[in-house]
Write a protein that binds this ligand. Sequence first.
Ligand SMILES: Nc1ncnc2c1ncn2[C@@H]1O[C@H](COP(=O)(O)OP(=O)(O)OP(=O)(O)O)[C@@H](O)[C@H]1O
Ligand SMILES: [Mg+2]
Length: 412
Amino acid sequence: MNQELIVGLDIGTTKVCAVVGEVRDNQVEVVGVGTAPTGGGLRKSVVVNIDSTVKAIRKAVEEAETMAGCEIRSVYTGVAGAHIQGQNSHGVIVIKEREVTPAEVDRVIDSARLMVSIPSDRSVIHTLVQDFLIDGQDGIRDPVGIHGVRLECRVHIVTAAVNALNNIVKCANRAGLEVNGIALQSLATGEAVLTDEEKALGVALVDLGGGTTDLAVFAGNSLRYSSVIPVGGNNLTNDIAVGLQTSLQNAEQLKKDYGCCLNALLGLEESIEIPGLGGRKARNMSRRELAEIIHLRLSELLGLISKEIQKAGAANPVLAGAVISGGSAQIAGLAELVDETLYLPTRLGYPKVSGGLTDVIHDPAYATGVGLVLYGYRMQQEAGPGRPRSRKTRGSRVGLWGRLKNWFQEVV
Ligand SMILES: Nc1ncnc2c1ncn2[C@@H]1O[C@H](COP(=O)(O)OP(=O)(O)OP(=O)(O)O)[C@@H](O)[C@H]1O
Ligand SMILES: [Mg+2]
């Protein structure tokens, strides 16, 4: 494969999506996209059937290869699911020569990581530096060369179940792909949909997918809080099927064609046809009834998100807004509902990249796939060709590369 190509592989609950990015003049352009339904391979963002997942990966990758005219051998992929845990930690060391060295930066980050005990069935996927403090002065992004006595570091540590990670790597390998790196899905999504200003001021990113809703709170240019709620668009489909007594397939179609939140109706009293179950006659019903079912479940979900944001609030008192991405973000009126419920100015998160396929990927369901390409690009830039390994452990995504490599050797 051309070295200038970076591939993101989003293995989601409902679909696998492969996105090929080409680096031109330090800019990533999308040159190929492929998607395939996961076909029951995942449940709530976790692999539950290897064969179905491998099949979907192969299909999505083949489609992306055809579109991009390339052969895909390695990918950056993501992980999500209720097994993901994010926690903040804090490390302190004494500065030996009164001036911070790169090795000391590595050491203080390691000390922050060691403050958290990680059980053997879990693995650290990210140690994200929030900021450094020197002699109590906080908000330092790059402490190297600064004089002081005491160096502190605040980090956000994300861990995942080793088995869940194992299964992702196994599926990719069986589909003939090498895994360059695994990112928390919502971190990757943030790369694709958030502006630098939002990340600096404070933003809640909500990825409303099929199986899960992933929350990531960014502030001060780094991830402050992350959590995964095991409820997604599939639950909406299920509620509609039960509530309107129709099949899951019909419910999914009704949701996509007519689904909206109550606020989006605004007096629109449209009648829709509900196909009957098992050969029963179709019925007509007000669109409001469909909206009520969707509204109820989404309000409940937003209540949970609000609680999670409050938990994040201890570290981040003020957020400037919220961004909603994922396939379910397309439900009409959702941004307004989120705005009203979370009291945050809200917008939809469409992936932002240039290139000929921007209109194809102008869909919040592609945000994670595109984000994985951008994440991969950032990883490659941070690692740099021939940079010594200790240098790679500096910066905001500390030690990920080295740890992943070790981890792959352990688990593959
Ligand atoms: N136009 C639409 N209106 C409402 N819902 C939609 C629309 N288009 C897609 N969806 C829903 O979006 C969900 C899929 O979103 P997405 O592709 O982001 O999920 P995923 O990445 O496969 O799953 P997850 O991230 O939860 O593992 C499905 O539940 C689907 O019904
Ligand atoms: Mg997803």
